[in-house]
Design a protein around this ligand. Structure first.
Ligand SMILES: Nc1ncnc2c1ncn2[C@@H]1O[C@H](COP(=O)(O)OP(=O)(O)OP(=O)(O)O)[C@@H](O)[C@H]1O
Length: 229
């Protein structure tokens, strides 16, 4: 009835998004629409603005200009608290640098956001999520007691645990060996399918990009190409 342009199908709508930091123009007018349930890979050289765009779409950073609407919420009028509330339980984020809380164990890092989102049995659920990423034997380790790849997997467990509608991942396989990387990617796509979630992945891994529904390429603060694998 409404066709593919039905606005309720759109999980993420960015219109002419700009980001300037000081004199530097990092994003120069990005237009991007992503459908609910779609998987999108963002490719592009180092410094092209991929992480900056993800920070804005995920509500971690505010755009300097343009419009961002995610899961029906206009980010424009929201302050930092408003953005945090908009993210909670709906948006999962895996960042390159993990951002685990150093004073909390692996299980606490996964369980506390579940508790904040009002989910029942946060610790049982967190344990199950950590087992799913192969860390059942590391539940009570602190981040400094975990390898980079293990911290990465805790960050992934934390992001997927609330069953978010939208999952963002910045180089999710960057710290993982081949076998672990394949298992984690399978897990991300399985979670996406189970929740009909939207998945946005920044990656240099072309095999991973090819598994997505759509690939966009960034260069110098703009999306310059788009294709379907
Ligand atoms: N806080 C900041 N202050 C100044 N410049 C910044 C800041 N954050 C990012 N930049 C610059 O913005 C540009 C885009 O950075 P961004 O991290 O978005 O690129 P990227 O495509 O994700 O790169 P990579 O693949 O290396 O992670 C870079 O030139 C970077 O130096």
């Amino acid at each position: 009835m409404h066709g593919s342009s039905d606005p309720t199908d759109i999980a993420i709508a960015a219109r002419h998004v700009t980001l300037s930091l000081g004199q530097t123009e990092i994003l120069k007018g990005v237009d991007l629409s992503i459908r609910q349930g779609e998987s999108l890979a963002i490719l592009g050289p180092s410094g092209s603005g991929k992480s900056s765009l993800m920070a804005i779409l995920s509500g971690l950073e505010r755009a300097s200009g343009g419009d961002v609407r995610v899961a029906g919420i206009d980010y424009g009028p929201l302050d930092e608290d408003g953005l945090a509330r908009a993210r909670r339980g709906r948006i999962g984020i895996v960042l390159q640098s993990f951002h685990l809380l150093p004073t909390m164990t692996a299980i606490e890092n996964v369980a506390i956001p579940l508790e904040l989102a009002g989910r029942s049995d946060p610790f049982a659920r967190a344990a199950a999520e950590l087992e799913a990423v192969g860390l059942g034997h590391r539940l009570h380790h602190y981040p400094t007691q975990l390898s980079g790849g293990e911290q990465q997997r805790v960050a992934i467990a934390r992001a997927v645990a609330p069953g978010p509608d939208i999952l963002f991942a910045d180089e999710p396989t960057g710290n993982l060996d081949g076998g672990t990387s394949d298992a984690i990617i399978d897990l991300l796509f399985a979670r996406q399918a189970a929740n009909a979630a939207t998945l946005v992945i920044i990656t240099h891994d072309s095999a991973l990009a090819e598994r997505c529904d759509r690939i966009v390429e960034m260069r110098d603060g703009l999306i310059v190409a788009e294709r379907r694998p």
